[in-house]
Design a protein. Sequence first.
Lengths: 242, 88
Amino acid sequence: MAESASIVNLRRYRLIRNAVFVWLTLVVLGAFLLRIPRIHILEHTARNLYFHVPMWFTLMAAALVSAYHSLRYLQSGDPIRDLRAREAARVGIVFGLLGLATGIVWARFTWYLGTSLWWNFDPKQSFVVIQLLIYGAYFVLRSAVEDPEKRGRVAAVYNLFAFVTMPFLLYVLPRQMESLHPGAEGNPAFSDITHPIMRLVFYPAVLGFIGLFWVLYTQRVRLALLERRLEMRKATMLEAKS
Amino acid sequence: MKLQALTDTTGIATPYDTLWATAAVPTKPPQGIERVMLAEDKLYVVLAVVLIIWFGLILFIFRTDRKLNRLERTLQERLPEANTELSS
């Protein structure tokens, strides 16, 4: 227990976990109960702004955390950094997949209405699939290298590459093309018609989901630390036997 | 049902309609899944989105849980003397 307790501050973890659950409950209540202006085509689905968009902010936050720990791993060679980078990327992918799935459903019943289309190669959607595949390859790469030290280094370098592609795939390229997403064709990313009341829920939602990421990520880190400890115990026991 | 609003292209402009203002607007009443999802001014689309996130997170938590179970089992089998430490 000693190692994982000193690496993960459990008191802080519990405090943030409870705060995140209360916070997100309020966000969901606000998301459904507050009145929003009626917008053509969107109708109530404008409320998806509170759920779909924070998924992407969370993916980016997770990628940032993951890249930070990869960088620190390259500097220090501390295996805990490698473990943290891996778990942040793992939870980030979950949020990315959720963002993708929610986007598909949203578009199907608004802009693709009457076309029976679930997927129409919207540039942002297509690029995000590529981005998630790049992060998926991170785990394939990890499983391909046996030696932990070598695996850590190779994975960290690849992870930094994956992080660097993100702004291009998620911001620069989609904005050069016609897209359903705001920001395309020179539109402002957060348009004037976004009512102040929506910002009141949207920003807390982003914060709440990033907090939720942190909770899930910390759980995985604790789990991975235990796993590591067990491995080390096994190794020392084998040594003692021989 | 807001079919009227759908066919009304003179309505308030949306930030996203540069592409879709010229697209074919459905004129026949929605069928099947669309009929369900368009009810209550498309509120059920939001419900679907929230449920996707909810189930996705639950799935992830269950996977973490399964990993935890496996770890506990390994600990019990391989390092029985660690049990006392774990339960205390």
